[in-house]
Write a protein of this length. Structure first.
Length: 239
């Protein structure tokens, strides 16, 4: 008898699942982000009652991270407004982190400002992501911000993240900051600085075991610049 009841229930279960799937796809991708305002704590709780859950938003933000690079500049700018509201107001560090990652490939001063603003986020994960993204930004201001964080932060993880990110930038700001870090008492900081200097200079022969060898190398470049301006200019062009 139980087997008969189970067999009778199966068609109804299949119909119910199909209905749920159809309802979930009704408005296409990013439905939860479009359907409800995920930017305020009070609204999040109301949305859960309507069926739009944190899990849905997380899935759709992950989708957004993957699709933003293929968007038009106008579409990216439109999404940047929404992403800024998420990183400023969302109570979930995971959501703020994903929103920040979605903004990673968006160009312009507004996107740079959004990323820079997350350097004081309550979440270490978000702050480290901000450092990583700044290392990939083309603006010279990104290197300046990273140099400040590397020199002023009291958090070892954040300082290391900033120093690693400086490896994505050339120029005197990055080199000076990394050279200063070579004198740090913490071996992890010195290691991060040497690894980034390998990227910045293209010099790999010096390795990562002797900070003073890097200091001598960098000061040798400075001496060369002082003795011959034309040669120094060529060196700056290379690095």
């Amino acid at each position: 008898m139980d087997e008969v009841r189970f067999m009778l229930r199966v068609p109804f279960l299949l119909v119910a699942v199909c209905c749920l799937l159809c309802a979930g796809c009704h408005d296409g991708p990013l439905y939860a982000l479009k359907h409800a305002n995920p930017y305020f704590v009070r609204q999040w709780k109301q949305d859960e009652a309507l069926g739009t859950t944190d899990y849905q938003r997380k899935q759709e933000l992950e989708l957004l991270v993957r699709t933003v690079p293929s968007m038009t500049p106008a579409e990216r700018s439109s999404w940047l407004v929404h992403l800024g509201k998420i990183v400023d107001n969302d109570p979930s560090p995971d959501m703020r982190h994903l929103a920040l990652r979605a903004a990673e490939s968006i160009e312009g001063a507004a996107a740079l400002e959004l990323v820079e603003g997350r350097l004081d986020d309550d979440s270490l994960k978000v702050r480290m992501a901000a450092c990583d993204i700044l290392g990939k930004r083309p603006e010279p201001e990104a290197a300046t911000v990273l140099a400040r964080v590397a020199g002023e932060s009291t958090n070892l993880d954040i300082r290391q993240a900033a120093l690693r990110a400086l490896g994505g930038h050339g120029g005197p700001v990055a080199k000076d900051s990394l050279k200063l870090a070579l004198q740090d008492r913490d071996p992890a900081i010195r290691l991060a600085a040497m690894q980034s200097l390998q990227q910045v200079t293209g010099q790999t022969d010096l390795g990562t075991s002797d900070p003073q060898a890097w200091v001598a190398y960098l000061e040798g470049q400075t001496d060369t610049a002082g003795s011959s301006r034309s040669l120094g200019q060529r060196m700056r062009d290379l690095f």
